[in-house]
Ligand binder design. Sequence first.
Ligand code: PMP
Length: 486
Amino acid sequence: HQGRGGEVMDYRADFPILSTMLGKRRLVYLDNAATTQKPTCVLEAGRLYYEQQNSNIHRGAHYLSRLATEEHEKARETVADFLHAASSREVIFTSGCTAGINLVAQTLALSGLIGAGDEIIVTTDAHHSNIVPWQMLCGRVGAKLLPVPLTPELTFDMEAYHRLLSSRTRLVAVPYISNALGAINPVQQIIADARRNNPATLVLVDGAQSTAHLPVNVQELGCDFYAFSGHKVYAPTGTGALWGREEVLEMLPPWLGGGEMISEVTFEKTSYNPLPFKYEAGTPNIGGNIVLAAALRYVQEIGLPKIDAHEMALPRRMYDGLQELGVNILGPRDSRGALISITVPGVHHYDLGTLLDQMAIAVRTGHHCCQPFMQSIGITGTTRYSFALYNTMDEVDSALSATARALDMLHDAGDEHVLPVRDDVHLQLRAHQVLIDQHGVFNALRENQLHIARQLRIVMRTRCAGGARCCRPRRGSGRCPRRRRQ
Ligand code: PMP
């Protein structure tokens, strides 16, 4: 299959899980913004480490310890190279993006650099991981959290941002790509404007959604921190890194205390290890960090520009197809990452996600850990289709036709989410209207009336079995004709 620039992307065979069959259908995995699948080389790197290299690192006098130390520090070089960092001293291994952001927030709280009346600017489309740690920091030191609003087109509001920047701004934290909306934020300009306002303002870029999709050069971006999670870049969960500008990391105090991060300890005083170890207390995720590097090398070998070109073609086709279905697509068509979020009037996102799952399409529904963003546009959640290098145009088309079919079924079910089922079930559905409004039919039932949910699923499956025509219950009768025949 081909990307925008005609690049042939044929890496599906590298991902064993993609051949999963759900009944007669092959799984279409479009939940990559939540986590990506892992290629065989990554799985093998983990096996190789535990079979041939496993040992604790640093200070070891023996062969395996030297080998593991060497591999671990080579992995750090790989991360530095991937992010185009000036030095691997600037790479701190973490358990993921959340841990990286919390590390910065905690060291800043200890540093005394942010105090009462100071301001931290975040974005409305930020993930909770890029809001709550700053809120906690503000609560501790008496600083204020200021969200930049979105424009009516759901893009970053540069003018509002300029109005928020002030002599009190100490930190700006921004997602490169929003995980709920998909927008690529103009981070380079955001960073440059923060610096112009005050050169001492620190800027953190949340790279959770950008690292697997866009070539990132932290030196060109000009930020102070860049955090990402390994599991969104084809590596295992529990891995990731925080990049920090060397002079900033030198200036800040460590947060976690323990082994590895010290140079010398007495009961009176402790001196700290140089970078990056000052921020890595305790035994790190040695195997995980080595495997993270294997995943980054895999991405490097394919090439991010090629991946980006391929991935951009997928949401564009999805966007156009969804537009034909008449759903609300959040944000503009272009300048977006490899994901699309939609809402459909009268259809709960959980219901759409549940029906798509029955057609072997894996999407994510809900608030995507972006509740303030959802509140800002008056919704409770979206249905999100997100792509990775292994997704194909055929999968986009499958997702589109499955969405059309699911919406058909849900629209036929009526505005009140009353599905064509037995009268007693129908009555119970009505009794759960409030729950249904909040959680969708399937989830409300799953939580409260499992036996009905089971019946309902059987009904849906029976209705589906006869093809699209069969899925349309006769208007007024509220029953599927095929079911009646049985
Ligand atoms: N920021 C963004 C934009 C994200 O999409 C995510 C994960 N959904 C996170 C932060 C947090 O990542 P993790 O849970 O892997 O730490």
